[in-house]
Design a protein around this ligand. Structure first.
Ligand SMILES: [Zn+2]
Length: 465
């Protein structure tokens, strides 16, 4: 193995141990960041309505300095300065994205939605002791953290956040991190990402299933029960105050929160945190195993947006959202980059589930609930997910060989094949870490005849399965 001299950027997440006084300052800071965001929105609107002025970042920053100097908002000046710069930068970026059509119009943030703050780490000073687990934060003081891994590289910033269970975390970003030595890997694998239960990895010879964490489903059920309970309690509290629970709470009205409601809320938070931990663990296991094993990783390109549209919001959250597909893809992309692996994205209209991986026959009668099926062409008995993983692998290799190229161009297969095949075989590879843009996706969709698009074996069909 050749030691590599390449460096990468990455993040380290550590558990923080804060003093109660530090917690209080940080919580005030989070609230103040929300205050500043909402203030900025108001100022931008006012300036626009008054004389059509577009307040830019510089002007807003100047006004913010005045805001801190005025007596009513002088409390802002008592808090660490740095995270506010971040707020204003984020604000500016949000508008840029909005005007570029990439995002919705920035909105006011509601109570409790801002739960983090970023501090840049001055490189000229020794602010982090990564062995003893201490970091010096401007305006907060020395914060201790649990050292859970060596953190090589240059630590650039730390984002402090609090989760739903009240635990505090710090996420360091680092650059100039020596790239990990990529082991020898020659295999090509296909991954079928199950939406609920399992992901299946096939290397062409054998397949293995990575099951969803134990008890996850039970935790989700319990979470739903807790949430229903909380809603009932809140409705009852509204009735006691003479309000109609079916209507919106009038502005300025505070619902009296009972001790029972506080307890319920804490339970919900703790459960959320637990579920989050389990998911993260599972996802990291899956993506690390994939990157360790293979030089080439083929995955389905699940266009999450398109899926959300087709399935309706609720089903989407339950299925795709829950499985954290986006997160899995993100992890695969950056881990592949670290290890120098290639990721091939197989188009989502490729019929990975119903094509026989032995003879290529298409099993048209495959329904959502069929976990197993027998090929009419060659008689092979298939496990639905393993068969899909094999097909994804094969299709990925085909695309790679075809040289769709690392430029991520869309290419439709030429073909005398069946019409369905024709549509479905269109696919593309994407260079690692570079998601295919929505424009390309739309261009592709526009180039595809509607009738064939409708007959798809998309992941949407597998949600119930
Ligand atoms: Zn067959």
């Amino acid at each position: 193995m050749v030691p590599s001299t390449a460096t990468i950027e990455r993040a380290y997440r550590v558990r923080l141990r804060l003093k109660p006084a530090q917690e209080r300052v940080l919580l005030r800071l989070f609230g103040a960041r929300r205050f500043v965001w909402n203030w900025a929105i108001r100022r931008k609107d006012e300036a626009w309505r008054a004389d059509g002025t577009k307040l830019n970042a510089v002007a807003l920053s100047r006004e913010f300095t005045q805001l801190k100097a005025s007596p009513e908002t002088a409390w802002l000046a008592e808090l660490p300065r740095e995270p506010f710069n971040q707020t204003l930068r984020d604000f500016d970026k949000a508008w840029t994205n909005f005007f570029a059509g990439r995002a919705k119009r920035p909105r006011r943030k509601t109570f409790g939605t801002v739960m983090s703050a970023r501090f840049t780490l001055d490189q000229r000073r020794e602010l982090v002791d990564r062995y003893a687990g201490r970091v010096q934060l401007a305006g907060i003081g020395k914060v201790r953290f649990r050292v859970s891994e060596a953190m090589p590289g240059r630590l650039r910033s730390i984002t402090v956040s609090r989760d739903a269970a009240g635990r505090w975390f710090g996420t360091f970003t680092a650059d100039r991190v020596p790239a990990p030595d990529a082991g020898e890997a020659t295999a090509a694998i296909g991954i079928d990402l199950g939406l609920k239960d399992v992901a299946v990895i096939s290397d062409g010879v054998s397949s293995r299933k990575v099951a969803a964490p134990k008890h996850l489903a039970a935790h989700l059920r319990r979470l739903r029960r807790y949430q229903r309970g909380y809603c009932r309690q809140r409705d009852a509290a509204m009735v006691r105050q003479g309000l109609n629970p079916a209507k919106r709470i009038p502005k300025g009205t505070r619902i009296v929160v009972s001790n029972r409601m506080h307890r319920r809320k804490a339970q919900i938070g703790a459960l959320h945190a637990k579920i989050g931990d389990q998911r993260r663990d599972h996802q990291h296991q899956l993506t690390s195993a994939a990157v360790d094993d293979a030089a080439v990783i083929a995955i389905e390109d699940l266009n999450v947006k398109a899926m959300a549209r087709g399935m309706g919001r609720k089903a989407f959250r339950r299925g795709v959202g829950d499985a954290g597909l986006g997160e899995i893809r993100r992890q695969l992309a950056y881990k592949a980059k670290w290890h120098g692996r290639v990721i091939v994205t197989v188009d989502r209209f490729y019929p990975s589930s119903k094509t026989c991986s032995e003879c290529g026959d298409i099993h048209t009668g495959l329904t959502l609930s069929d976990r197993h099926w027998t090929c009419a062409g060659c008689g092979t008995e298939h496990d639905r997910d393993i068969n899909a993983a094999k097909n994804i692998r094969r299709e990925g290799l085909r695309l790679l060989a075809e040289g769709t190229g690392p430029d991520g161009r869309t290419r439709r297969s030429r073909g005398t094949e069946a019409r369905e095949e024709d549509t479905c075989a269109a696919g593309r590879t994407s260079p690692i870490g570079q998601p295919i843009s929505l424009n390309r996706e739309l261009a592709y969709r526009a180039a595809t005849p509607r009738t064939t698009r409708q007959r798809r074996d998309g992941p949407a069909l597998r949600v119930e399965g």
